[in-house]
Design a protein around this ligand. Structure first.
Ligand code: NDP
Length: 322
């Protein structure tokens, strides 16, 4: 029996339940991990609320974690008991121990702690694909990035700076504005007190941005489109304020491009997962990116963690510990 946070029905944070569950031995192709830290991500709230549909209930929430391999199923050659490992795209994370497909985990370098890994695998690999694959960010790139003081946001601030790009960030309080700036964001707009479209136009001398990374969704649509230059790219990668309403293609005036990417699609093969994780580990090892674990919650307090995340009380990354 292991302790885990499960939901039996979708709903508010109160549906998160601490339970003891039976864990079978790992199946063929799987390993069992004793988790030392688990990541908290906004997608967990979408899955809990029902905005994103889970395949079956009850379900252990959580997509991310890091720990030690304690048992190995049949036909797993690449991992052995005692290996340090991490992952960021597999449901079932909020638990002391879990089974997971071996092709969805990566070896964790000794220099990276379990806590850092649990805080960054999902958010850091997201920034990696957003900046290196969805759009190839270069020193001349001017981008708008919403929620710049969040988990994904603070990693984005540092990665954009490392690439030499101009990042215009938005954040929801003066303290968050300062935090984003301190992490390398070139210009930061307090979008609760300033009109971000007007400020982007001022900062770019009316030209607009090459790319807008929008994870806010409903509240920043369609204003984010007005921040783009002709033929610019709108990357709608999240819905923290609610889903984007149906888009009329006519709204992409100025020959804009639009995409709705997901980490799962960009790390869908073991090769892509390893390449994405390797680049993230390299940035951290080189000191270009430092992961801020600004909130740590006991596993049993996952409900409070969800309330804080949805209540815009967190900054940087958050983890759960058993
Ligand atoms: P964050 O730490 O960024 O938390 C979300 C932030 O969004 C809040 O802190 C808040 O910052 C801002 N926000 C704006 N409006 C609201 C609102 N109505 N309710 C709550 N928050 C709001 O979370 P994550 O780093 O975990 O994720 C950031 C976003 O990236 C999420 O939308 C997530 O779904 C998305 N994502 C998408 C992935 C993909 O592959 N498509 C992968 C990973 C994350 P402020 O107060 O500054 O406005």
């Amino acid at each position: 029996m292991v302790r885990a946070i499960r939901i039996h029905a979708t709903g508010g944070p109160e549906v998160l339940r601490l339970e003891r569950i039976d864990l079978p031995p790992p199946a063929a192709g799987e390993v069992r991990i004793r988790q030392r830290a688990m990541g908290l991500n906004f997608i967990d709230t979408y899955q809990r609320s029902g905005l994103y549909t889970l395949a079956a209930l009850p379900a252990v929430l959580g997509m991310e974690g890091a720990g030690d391999v304690v048992s190995v199923g049949e036909s797993v050659a690449e991992f052995k008991i005692g290996d340090r490992v991490a992952y960021g795209t597999e449901l079932g994370g909020y638990a002391e121990e879990r089974n997971i497909r071996a092709d969805r985990i990566v070896p964790l370098p000794d220099a990276i702690s379990y806590e850092t890994a649990a805080a960054m695998m999902l958010q850091g690999m997201t920034v990696r694909y957003l900046f290196r694959e969805t759009f190839d960010v270069k020193p001349q790139t001017v981008m708008l990035f919403h929620a710049a003081a969040g988990g994904v946001g603070l990693i984005a601030c540092q990665w954009a700076k490392a690439l030499g790009a101009t990042m215009i960030g938005t954040a929801g309080s003066p303290e968050k504005v300062e935090l984003a700036r301190a992490h390398g964001c070139t210009h930061v707009i307090d979008y609760r007190n300033e009109n971000f479209v007007e400020r982007v136009r001022e900062i770019t001398n009316g030209r607009g941005c090459d790319v807008v990374y929008d994870s806010i969704g409903r509240d920043t649509f369609p204003a984010s489109l007005d921040c783009l230059k002709p033929k610019g790219l709108w990357v709608s990668f999240g819905n923290a304020s609610g889903p984007v309403p149906p888009v009329d293609l006519g709204q992409l005036k100025g020959s804009l491009f639009a995409t709705r990417p997901s980490l799962m699609a960009y790390t869908g093969t073991p090769e892509a997962l390893r390449a994405t994780a390797a680049d993230l580990f390299a940035q951290v090892a080189a000191g270009r990116i430092t992961i801020r674990v600004n909130q740590t919650y006991p596993l049993a307090e996952a409900e409070r963690a969800h309330r804080d995340l949805e209540g815009r009380k967190t900054t940087g990354s958050s983890i759960l510990v058993a």
